[in-house]
Design a protein around this ligand. Structure first.
Ligand SMILES: Nc1nc2c(ncn2[C@@H]2O[C@H](COP(=O)(O)OP(=O)(O)OP(=O)(O)O)[C@@H](O)[C@H]2O)c(=O)[nH]1
Ligand SMILES: [Mg+2]
Length: 281
């Protein structure tokens, strides 16, 4: 896959929102800070430079702009002074929030989901992987299409515009719907095939061992060490998208099938989970 050189010219400012909790409530789980750091890793894997991180604390999310008008003016000034050309929100933006922010900040705006979709688009190698990414991208794009058809085609590169469906991002609604149902049918076929293969394997007394864990945890490295398979190892997140299976003989001489597969992350976009069902199953 060719990677647009435009991507390396992207200078991004990351924006996170932290909801202020009433004093009696204690925050649990990963905080907004960790999530923003993780987003920075994702953005680097997508090929853009991070020039600033902004974390805003609010009582509640602003319905129109997420961060509120005042903060947005501040962000606009920051974009200008740093020469940034991309705002990345660590928050799932609705199509109208995205438009509102874009018009005030005078800068392209994408969200965490788009960054992850973009990485998947760049890393999908097999036909199945590419079809799954395309399905996720089109499902993400469809509700966001109104009035953006022309803009999308004018952008011509960068996070949120790449992928196996790159040219198809310029399609109109009707054709996107048709394409989505074709992709769903094709992938349904892949799932059936997988299911049949699994049930055949279930009849043979060979255990399947799946390596699961956070993206970049070292699954592929371990897989290679165990099986000498030579799959891609990389410091980028989501280097592995397509599953690889190898037979491994344990010290006890028992044979098992080991599988390397896609990693996990917090808040993996729903469009991706749905599209990657065949792989994740
Ligand atoms: N320090 C250290 N680095 C490791 C170890 N195992 C792997 N790495 C490095 O961590 C990075 C990610 O390794 P991968 O094996 O590609 O990780 P993965 O879990 O397959 O990642 P994805 O396929 O992207 O989800 C690479 O740069 C590896 O060289 C380890 O035990 N120690
Ligand atoms: Mg891997």
């Amino acid at each position: 896959m060719t990677i647009s050189p435009v991507s390396y010219l992207e200078r991004a400012i990351l924006v996170g929102v932290k909801q202020k909790l009433p004093p009696q409530r204690v925050a649990t789980g990963p905080g907004a800070e960790e999530s923003l750091d993780e987003l920075a890793e994702l953005v680097a894997s997508a090929g853009a430079a991070v020039c600033d991180k902004i974390l805003q604390s609010r009582e509640r999310i602003d319905a129109a702009t997420v961060v509120g008008r005042g903060k947005l003016e501040e962000i606009h000034a920051r974009v200008a002074s740093l020469g940034a050309n991309l705002l990345i929100f660590d928050y799932d933006l609705t199509p109208s929030q995205q438009r509102n922010i874009e018009s005030t900040a005078d800068c392209r705006v994408v969200d965490r989901t788009q960054v992850i979709l973009d990485i998947f688009a760049r890393h999908a190698r097999t036909r199945e992987g590419q079809l799954q990414v395309e399905l996720a991208q089109l499902n993400y794009l469809l509700p966001r299409l109104s009035g953006r058809g022309i803009e999308m085609s004018r952008l011509g590169g960068g996070i949120g515009t790449r992928g196996p469906g790159e040219t198809k991002l310029e399609m109109d609604r009707r054709r996107i719907r048709t394409r989505i149902s074709t992709l769903e049918k094709t992938l349904e076929g892949v799932r059936d095939q997988r299911m049949r293969r699994r049930s055949r394997r279930a009849g043979i007394p060979v255990a399947t061992v799946a390596l699961v864990g956070y993206t970049n945890a070292g699954k592929s490295t371990l897989f290679n060490r165990l099986t000498h398979a030579g799959v891609l190892v990389s410091s980028q997140m989501f280097a592995t998208l397509d599953p690889t299976l190898r037979v491994l003989e344990l010290p006890s001489h028992r044979r098992v099938v080991v599988s390397d597969t896609v990693g996990f992350i917090r808040n993996l976009p729903h469009t991706l989970i749905k599209a990657f069902r065949a792989t994740l199953e």
